[in-house]
Write a protein that binds this ligand. Structure first.
Ligand SMILES: Nc1ncnc2c1ncn2[C@@H]1O[C@H](COP(=O)(O)OP(=O)(O)OP(=O)(O)O)[C@@H](O)[C@H]1O
Ligand SMILES: [Mg+2]
Length: 369
């Protein structure tokens, strides 16, 4: 009887362990892996068939941090936690994890091994980056709104005066070049101010059902000319099953227009922009939030790419490598995506191209109003 109860209990315990979202690896006092749950397989990129029964040190030789933590807990019997410093390389991709070790203690108080708990921090890191960006923008916003109002009136005055001057001058006068420069440059300042105000405006999205593919189609139509003049072809691969999403259509238009323009501007001698849409099921937005389905739009170009050094800077207001660029385009994109509770990811290799992925929640009704 006790045997059955024990057997049922151990099956029950294994089911519990297998359902835990954190990776759990148990190591015996002799240093052998005795248990490993599916989450641990996913996080470490190792299969439990291969690992269970083998030496932990041999199997995790490429992760010296983990080996050190397990050894220290084995020796001291104390629990250890490493908040931030561990990055596992799983099939080539770095995965940030939080690792904790606990001593495995029997009923009689004897320590018989170590439990290693691994938590995948990928989505948390992405959210943290979005929050940092939002903080930067809110400080900028207050300043920008004040500044923009102060500048707009005198700017209007300068432009008006330059236009008057233009009218007064002899049509053959060389001075006309100067008045034109004045008008062109005041227009440029005006554009920067409008973009800054956009960035700083507290207006949140006005949600309504939006057909993403229609929005993208309209932008592509508008960009056909500029693309052709750069010898760039625009290719689309849309997933027709994507339903309308709750979003602000004007903002999404601005978002994708900025991204597609950037892609075109990265290619001066021909190339290809590929725009793909797809549904991501079960994307973990955060641990506290319900799993929500997201749609992803990828905009991939074959342009000059972004250097590693600049990758950290893009999206910071006013960072631009272009003559005449305001450097506000991506900052506005990040703001729009953050307000839609989405995520924007940038991958780029210099001289090979850039892929920007916009992930938006496929919310049907929760955000209405
Ligand atoms: N697809 C891309 N390929 C290569 N570099 C890019 C790409 N997208 C953005 N960048 C880099 O990021 C910088 C910032 O982009 P952002 O859109 O914010 O400003 P901008 O394009 O320079 O100016 P604006 O958008 O106001 O015309 C660009 O100057 C460029 O260096
Ligand atoms: Mg831009």
């Amino acid at each position: 009887m006790t045997v059955t109860v024990n057997k049922e209990l151990s099956e029950y315990a294994i089911t519990v362990l297998d359902s835990v979202g954190d990776g759990v690896i148990v190591i015996s006092h002799e240093g052998l892996v005795t248990l490993m749950n599916p989450a641990a397989e996913e996080i470490t990129g190792r299969s439990r068939r291969q690992i269970v029964g083998t030496s932990f040190i041999d199997s995790f030789r490429s992760e010296p941090f983990l080996i050190e933590m397990v050894e220290r807990t084995t020796i001291t019997g104390g629990s250890l936690s490493d908040q931030d410093n561990i990055v596992l390389i799983t099939s080539g991709n770095p995965v940030p994890v939080n690792a904790t070790t606990f001593p495995l203690v029997q009923g009689d108080g004897k320590t018989i091994g170590v439990i290693l708990n691994l938590r995948d921090l990928t989505s948390i890191r992405e959210l943290e980056a979005a929050v940092r960006q939002a903080d930067r923008l809110s400080a900028l916003g207050t300043l920008a709104a004040g500044l923009a109002h102060e500048i707009k009136n005198p700017l209007g005055g300068i432009k008006g005066a330059a236009q008057l001057l233009e009218r007064e001058l002899d049509p053959n006068s060389e001075l006309l070049d100067y008045s034109r420069v004045m008008i062109r440059e005041t227009d440029r300042i005006d554009k920067i101010i409008r973009q800054l105000l956009d960035l700083a405006s507290p207006r949140g999205p006005r949600y309504a059902p939006v057909n993403l593919h229609l929005v993208l189609g309209d932008i592509i139509l508008l960009q056909r000319e500029p693309a052709a003049s750069r010898d760039v072809s625009i290719i689309t691969a849309f997933d027709p099953s994507i339903p309308p999403i709750m979003a602000d259509e004007a903002q999404l238009t601005q978002l994708f227009l900025n991204l597609i323009k950037n892609a075109l501007e990265a290619m001066s001698e021909g190339g290809r922009v590929t725009i793909t849409s797809r549904v991501l099921s079960e994307y973990h937005l955060s641990r506290d939030e319900n799993r929500s389905r997201m749609v992803a739009v990828d905009i991939k170009d074959t342009g000059r790419g972004i250097s590693e050094e600049n990758l950290a800077k893009v999206g910071t207001p006013f960072f631009s490598t272009k003559d005449g660029g305001t450097g506000l385009g991506l900052a506005i994109c990040q703001k729009i995506v953050a307000e839609h509770r989405g995520i924007i990811k940038i991958e780029s290799k210099q001289e090979q191209g850039t892929k920007i992925s916009v992930l938006l929640p496929l919310i049907q009704s929760a955000l209405k109003g």
